[in-house]
Design a protein around this ligand. Structure first.
Ligand SMILES: O=C(CO)[C@H](O)[C@H](O)COP(=O)(O)O
Length: 224
């Protein structure tokens, strides 16, 4: 079973939580794309939902799949948010933002009644930090932030795509940090959030309600 098949298995399991009448937050990334595809099939078969996309990429895909969309400001509430993750640990803490959509993803996560994370089996880690932690920064402040984070030993790397600075949907930059040696992750989160110009981090702490992992041919559901 390939990792992509595991992602699809997790996505299929997650959409079982979606019922007609719901407003559904749509994540970003290759696992979330499987979920959007699955929802698209259900909508074709009569499921009545509206989606709130977490990125321009997901907006495009969901539109192609025929899922009616609304913006966050027009959603009175979001019943379920489904998204992927780059890492999760046994406490259901996450690193997200590999796809660069972490800011809108965190806003949707925070504003959703139920948060379901879908992942392949490789995303499960003993402790967070093999994956470089993305933080979204205001371009005006990014150079200064980079220097500061370097002093803190976090080895920031400005994310580059196609030879240019990666620009998020909100017009910001991403710095990817090495947090492999950090033991107090909540303290790191609060320290990073205090630096002016850091808009958001990819640490999603105590935010996931359910994690569905594709393992071989089965989907394993982990709940709080
Ligand atoms: O946080 C994300 C995008 O910002 C993705 O959910 C995360 O990067 C996982 O991606 P994939 O499903 O492609 O492995």
């Amino acid at each position: 079973m390939s990792l992509d098949q595991e992602k699809q298995i997790a996505a299929k399991e997650a959409v079982k939580y979606i019922k007609s009448g719901m407003t559904v937050g749509l994540g970003t990334g290759s696992t979330a794309a499987h979920m959007v595809n699955e929802l698209g099939k259900l909508v074709l078969n009569g499921l009545k939902i509206v989606g709130v996309p977490s990125s321009e990429t997901t907006k495009k895909l969901a539109t192609e799949k025929g899922i009616p969309l609304i913006t966050l400001e027009n959603a009175s509430s979001i019943d379920v948010y489904i998204d992927g993750a780059d890492e999760f640990d046994s406490y259901m803490q996450l690193i997200k933002g590999g796809g660069g959509a972490l800011l809108r993803e965190k806003i949707l996560t925070y504003n959703s009644d139920l948060v379901i994370i879908i992942a392949d089996s490789q995303k499960e880690v003993k402790r967070l930090g093999d994956f470089k932690l993305p933080v979204e920064t205001i371009p005006f402040a990014t150079q200064k932030i980079e220097k500061l984070l370097n002093k803190m030993g976090l080895q920031p790397k400005l994310r580059i795509k196609d030879g240019k600075n990666f620009i998020t949907d909100e017009g910001n930059f991403i710095l990817d940090l090495n947090i492999a040696d950090i033991t107090n992750i909540p303290a790191l989160e609060s320290n990073l959030k205090q630096i002016p110009g850091i808009v958001e981090t990819g640490l999603f702490l105590d935010m996931a309600d359910i994690i569905i992992v594709g393992k071989g041919e089965t989907a394993i559901t982990i709940k709080k």
